[in-house]
Design a binder for this molecule. Structure first.
Ligand SMILES: Nc1ncnc2c1ncn2[C@@H]1O[C@H](COP(=O)(O)OP(=O)(O)OP(=O)(O)O)[C@@H](O)[C@H]1O
Ligand SMILES: [Mg+2]
Length: 249
């Protein structure tokens, strides 16, 4: 087990967005999260990455790090938690005035204070890995959405996280660009990266995931192997959700 999450709760004002959630993330496995808009998927990812501070809950990592949210986190704990994972956003969030290469180099050099020459070599390797060897010196506005998102993936990888988090990485893309991004994520899965992916791509989720969670209203309604949850769901709400996605009116 890479990370065990117990009793995670998060409210915004009176809005209870995550209600006592337990999640287990196995080392080297892919966990996909599906569920309707507003069910708390992004909030869960943001909690995992310390972009959001939960109200309650305990994170236990395999290396012995334990974070208890019942107490307000120290700066050190927030940094420890943030360093564990890399996040890929729906909207890419690249720096517009930096090239693809500079976007990938920025975090490791500025935040992690790593050696610039070494980071640049790693960044070139990562951009090659995501199929952008000939686009390294272009600016985001000169790249397609799919290319920008692949820069976003390379940028997250450059921080050398133990866990990769993807929040609907293809939902802002034109249909013909979705495949190239999903392929990169599948390659990472083959390399046994530990990943959590929020996605509406049901076919992709069923191919890439080891475990699937269906969330609704701040709860985990159903979870299991992809063929169970996605092909033979037990819960009515899961069935309705999948039916809406797979058979849009
Ligand atoms: N920073 C915030 N302040 C106040 N409310 C928030 C904030 N972030 C999220 N929420 C609320 O939390 C709920 C869950 O939002 P969240 O973004 O986690 O849903 P989601 O499952 O990712 O939805 P989607 O599929 O549309 O991305 C929503 O009701 C949302 O309005
Ligand atoms: Mg979301």
């Amino acid at each position: 087990m890479f990370l065990s999450v117990k009793g995670l709760a998060k409210s915004f004002g009176n809005n209870e967005v995550l209600k006592n959630i337990d999640v287990e993330i196995k080392e080297g496995s892919v966990l996909s999260i599906i569920g309707p808009s507003g069910s708390g998927k992004t909030t869960l990812l943001r909690c995992l990455n310390a972009l959001e501070q939960p109200d309650k809950g305990i994170f236990s990592f395999s290396d012995g790090l334990i974070i208890n949210f019942d107490n307000k986190l120290t700066k050190k704990e927030i940094l420890q938690l943030r360093r564990k994972s890399g996040m890929v956003f729906q909207s890419y969030n690249l720096f517009p005035h930096k090239t693809a290469l500079e976007n990938v180099i920025e975090g490791p050099v500025i935040v992690q204070k790593r050696n610039k020459a070494e980071v640049e070599e790693l960044a070139r390797e990562l951009l090659r890995k995501v199929g952008l060897e000939d686009k390294m010196n272009l600016y985001p506005h000169q790249l397609s959405g799919g290319q920008q998102q692949r820069v976003g993936i390379a940028r997250a990888l450059a921080m050398e996280p133990q866990l990769m988090l993807f929040d609907e990485p293809t939902s802002a893309l034109d249909p013909e660009l979705i495949g190239e991004v999903l392929r990169v994520i599948k390659d990472l899965a083959k390399e046994n990266w530990t990943m959590v992916i929020v996605t509406h791509e049901i076919q992709f989720a069923s191919e890439v995931s080891d475990h699937v969670i269906f969330m609704d209203g701040g709860y985990i309604v159903e979870q299991g192997k992809p063929e169970e949850v996605l092909k033979h769901p037990k819960e009515e709400r899961t069935k309705q959700f999948l039916d809406r996605i797979l058979n849009p009116a």
